[in-house]
Ligand binder design. Structure first.
Ligand code: VG1
Ligand code: CO
Length: 542
């Protein structure tokens, strides 16, 4: 029943920041999915009787690829597969399943916050035995393999019924359909004070959660409603849909507009939150208050000891390089280690495995801890609820007190989407060429102190990752960072990250865009953004 099928390679299966991400029609080309999966199995060829976890965010094409993955995993010698019911597993829940079951790894099908549907985005990501995104050495090996692959192995079997829990055999392989929520919810109960949150919600504090018709709907209903007693009416868009209801499952003020509007009213709920397509990102809102992800990382780290799972304190914090340095101030004041890594969760893996850090975060709405090896949207929401339940203050009060203690890092990211790839690459190259001569140059009111192209030496395995973003440090501690996105599926996206530190409490109530005006102007001048791209301004500001 196992067949070896001849195939010809594609040359575009290079995994980006977070796996292989393309439009659905690209994945629908003959053998495209099969080639990539076989490349993964060829590179990860030790089985040792260990399981493979398979699941995804429920988007269009999810179930088709899950059936293909089952057939190919059977043909490639796995003796046990763990599949989320209906093919559903949030990214953090998949990470937990891999770890809990000592699995060899997992196939996670998602394009995260990108839109879903027949002409929208799809993605395949491979996670290793630590539960985290495969390390760069592995993704590079998969890419190399994909360029020379000439056959794949597949079992000729009917579709497996993935809609009901239980086990069945496909040839010599045990296929187990598992509940996607239970194990994950149980893990959350060990980390966060559910009793305190129950009391908070009972006392009349109001929360809302927007699952954006993506993967976290069933998780939210189990955790917030059934285990924490939240009002079922306060759960929005909890039914996972293949096209996310026609929206981008991206928890920001554009795509989670209903939630935002609700929260930005004087009579709005006390706490509002949302997660993305695959459940690894988070959005945190208070009444009339937006917590930036960089601040959220710093605030969760500063208050982590209020949650049972972190009562003994945290070992260290890690953030991706473009993330604001708000967390660094917490680390410094509390005397704990701080690490700066390239963009993408895979770079936190070694630090977490070596128990060097407990809390990690990225400016792109990702926060997490050593409980799994992915960022975890619902975990961040639960940590905030835990903090609110213990401190009995509003989100805004907690933030304002935090800034008073540590200072405020004004921060914003400006994205220029859909730029011509060549224009974007030329812009970065020209900037790189300018780096040695920038120090001492004045742009309006700001003066460059030093500039470099970020390179990271992993302290655990010694691997080096170069060209991870251009950093311009200004006199006085401000910073501009430029990098090209590695997750887009059409054209190039230039991301410009702007940051200015403000120690003075009297100046903590500015609008970030106003606080950053001089830097925004300098950023355009230094890289020639408007002149090279013809754009008058960014497409997205966060
Ligand atoms: C973006 C974010 C990055 C994040 C990545 C995956 O990458 O900037 O911080 O790790 O998405 O997130 P890029 O290369 O486009 O800037 V997710 O929620 O897609 O797994
Ligand atoms: Co995501």
């Amino acid at each position: 029943m196992i067949k070896t099928i001849k195939t010809t390679p594609y040359d575009d299966q290079k995994p980006g920041t977070s796996g292989l991400r393309k439009k659905v029609p690209v994945f629908q080309q003959p053998n495209y999915v099969e080639n990539f999966l076989q490349s993964i199995f060829d590179v990860q060829d030790k089985r040792d009787g260990r399981a493979l976890v398979i699941g995804g965010d429920g988007r269009y094409y999810n179930e088709t690829v899950i059936q293909t993955a089952i057939r190919m995993a059977v043909a490639n010698g796995f003796s046990k597969l763990l599949i989320g019911r209906n093919g559903i597993l949030s990214t953090p829940a998949a990470s937990h399943l891999i770890r809990k079951n000592g699995a060899l790894g997992g196939i996670v099908l998602s394009a995260s916050h990108n839109p879903g549907g027949p002409n929208e985005d799809f993605g395949i990501k491979y996670n290793g035995e630590n539960g985290g995104p495969a390390f760069e050495s592995v993704t590079e090996a998969i890419y190399r393999r994909s360029k020379e692959i000439d056959s794949y192995r597949i079992a000729e079997t009917p579709d497996v019924d993935i809609s009901s829990l239980g086990s069945c055999s496909v040839g010599p392989c045990e296929v187990r359909i598992v509940d996607p929520v239970t194990d994950y919810a149980n893990l959350m109960e060990t980390l966060v004070d559910f009793a305190a949150i129950r009391t908070l919600l009972k006392s009349g504090s109001r929360m809302v959660f927007d699952a954006m018709h993506a993967v976290t709907g069933p998780y939210a209903e189990e955790i917030f409603v059934r285990r924490l007693g939240a009002d079922p009416e306060a759960m929005m868009h909890t039914k996972p849909l293949p096209d996310f209801g026609g929206h981008h499952p991206d928890p920001n003020m554009v795509h989670a507009k209903t939630l935002f509007d609700m929260m930005m009213r004087d009579d709005g709920p006390d706490f509002g939150a949302a997660s993305d397509g695959d459940g690894d990102r988070n959005l945190i809102l208070g009444r009339n208050f937006f917590v930036t992800p960089s601040d959220s990382l710093a605030m969760i780290a500063a208050n982590a000891h209020l949650a049972p799972g972190y009562r003994k304190g945290i070992k260290g914090i890690a953030r991706s390089m473009p993330t604001s340095q708000a967390a660094d101030r917490v680390a410094e004041k509390r005397g704990i280690a701080m690490h700066e890594t390239p963009t993408g969760w895979k770079f936190f893996g070694n630090l977490l495995d070596a128990a060097k850090v407990t809390i990690c975060g990225e400016e792109s709405a990702g926060t997490g801890s050593d409980h799994v090896r992915e960022k975890d949207g619902l975990w961040a929401v639960l940590m905030w609820l835990n903090i609110l339940a213990v401190r009995r203050q509003s989100v805004a009060q907690i933030a304002v007190e935090h800034w008073a203690e540590f200072g405020r890092n004004y921060y914003s990211r400006h994205d220029y989407e859909g730029i011509d790839v060549e224009v974007a690459e030329d812009l970065m190259e020209a900037l790189r060429a300018r780096l040695p001569n920038l120090a001492g140059t004045r742009f309006g009111s700001v003066i460059v102190e030093r500039a470099d192209d970020f390179a990271y030496d992993d302290p655990i395995d010694g691997s080096r990752s170069e060209r991870q973003g251009i950093r311009i440090f200004m006199e006085g501690g401000s910073r501009i960072v430029y990098r090209l996105s590695g997750t887009g599926t059409s054209g190039a996206t230039l991301r410009v990250y702007l940051e200015r530190f403000e120690p003075d409490v009297a100046k903590h109530d500015l609008d970030p865009q106003d606080a950053l005006t001089d830097l925004i102007r300098a950023a355009d001048e230094i890289a020639g953004i408007s002149s090279r791209t013809g754009r008058k301004g960014p497409t997205v500001v966060t």
